[in-house]
Design a protein around this ligand. Structure first.
Ligand code: KG4
Ligand code: ZN
Length: 360
């Protein structure tokens, strides 16, 4: 039997202002006592992407209320906590700073320990929060800002097996949606259209399948969709509903196949008992089904945390803070905000990190 630990988590590295209270109970299980996420989609909608300055200001404005709401939902005063965990990067620097300043202020005022957390470690450790799994496992992060395979061997030991060399898959879904006149965020809309489409009509490229290893690329795929769209428009003067559905289906099939093949390779390189996924793209049923199949073929359990814990949230930050704290992790008032902070310091730097804010 260990000690109970209750942490406040704070997250503000992209476009969600989030705070949560998580408790590690004496038996080793975890309970999410509260999790508050305030999105900013409406503020950025007119710009077709996250505007860093608008995001930073919104975080600064919302943060106090979000923290208060998380404590109120948990029914706990600050004095009942054992520590404060905060995303210290990677992400949009203005938002990271807004979170960090709040956490430092609370820590200075209460004397509670401060623990800086890598946002990607938060995603990567989520299956331990939700399902209590042990090490090792393979994590696939697939969202609008992340795309990487991570071998997780301990709370603080991550090996990056590969990732995107340009766009993240969610970013590709969003761009495809945009060029087909669908609303943002585009993923769910593309998926809905694809359900009525013929995935075989347009044969889009499967980027980097010919290259060894687990690196992925989505930028050329998006350009191929643009070209196919323009060819149809040039030939027919416009797109029918069926054309659009077929373009979505072809794109989704290509994205799903690339992710499936590369996941198979990652599992071959790192034969873990569990394949876990996180990120908004994990919500895609077609992609999820392919990944489940790959995991089953490799004899691995497939694990996808509930969607609200797959996407950005502060419960994962509180939990990752607890995990670091148990290893002796503590930070001082000099804890820096980092726009770039690779999970695996040994991995070669990536060419691109995703337009959403260079997550890794
Ligand atoms: O993890 P997330 O909420 O935020 C970050 O990007 O950090 O992921 C959002 C991304 C968006 O690009 C969105 O289009 C994509 O996940 N997404 C999907 C689906 N639902 C959300 N992509 C494909 N299919 C979906 N059903
Ligand atoms: Zn994230």
């Amino acid at each position: 039997m260990g000690k109970t630990l209750t942490f406040l988590g704070i997250e503000a590295s992209c476009d969600d202002t989030a705070a949560a209270v998580v408790r590690l109970d004496s038996g080793g299980g975890a309970t999410i006592l509260s999790s508050v996420v305030e999105g900013q989609a409406a503020l950025h909608a007119a710009f077709g992407g996250v505007v860093p300055e608008i995001a930073a200001r919104a975080h600064a404005e919302k943060m106090d209320h979000v923290v208060e709401a998380a404590l109120a939902d948990a029914g706990l005063p600050l004095a009942a906590l054992d520590g404060i965990a905060v995303t210290a990067g990677p992400g949009l620097i203005g938002g990271v700073l807004a979170g960090l300043m709040t956490a430092k202020g609370l820590s200075a005022a209460t004397g509670l320990p401060l623990v800086g957390v890598n946002h990607l470690a938060g995603h990567a450790l989520t299956p331990r929060l939700t399902d209590g799994i042990g090490f090792p496992y393979l994590m696939l992060l697939v969202s609008g800002g992340h795309c990487q395979f991570v071998a997780v061997t301990g709370p603080d030991t991550f090996q990056r097996l590969g990732g995107t060399i340009d766009d993240a898959p969610g970013e590709a879904f969003d761009k495809v949606a945009k060029l087909l006149g669908l609303p943002q965020p585009g993923g769910p809309h593309v998926e809905r259209e694809a359900a009525a489409g013929d995935p075989a009509r347009f044969r889009f490229p499967r980027p980097l399948l010919d290259r060894e290893g687990c690196d992925l690329s989505f930028s050329g795929l998006k350009t191929a969709v643009l070209r196919a769209r323009d060819e149809v428009i040039a030939a027919k003067g416009g797109l029918t509903v069926q054309d659009r559905a077929d373009l979505c289906a072809g794109f989704q099939a290509a994205a799903a196949e690339v992710l499936a093949v590369k996941t198979g390779r990652a599992l071959a390189a790192f034969p873990a008992p569990v394949l876990a996924v996180a990120g908004g793209v994990a919500a895609n049923a077609a992609i999820r089904a392919r990944l489940e199949g790959v995991a089953a073929a490799a004899g691995a359990r497939f694990l996808a945390p509930p969607l609200q814990l797959c996407t950005d949230n502060a419960a994962m930050i509180a939990w990752a803070g607890i995990e670091r704290f148990r290893l002796g992790g503590r930070d001082g008032m000099d804890l820096p905000a980092r726009s770039r902070w690779p999970l695996d310091g040994e991995a070669a730097p990536m060419i691109g990190g995703g337009k959403r804010g260079a997550k890794a």
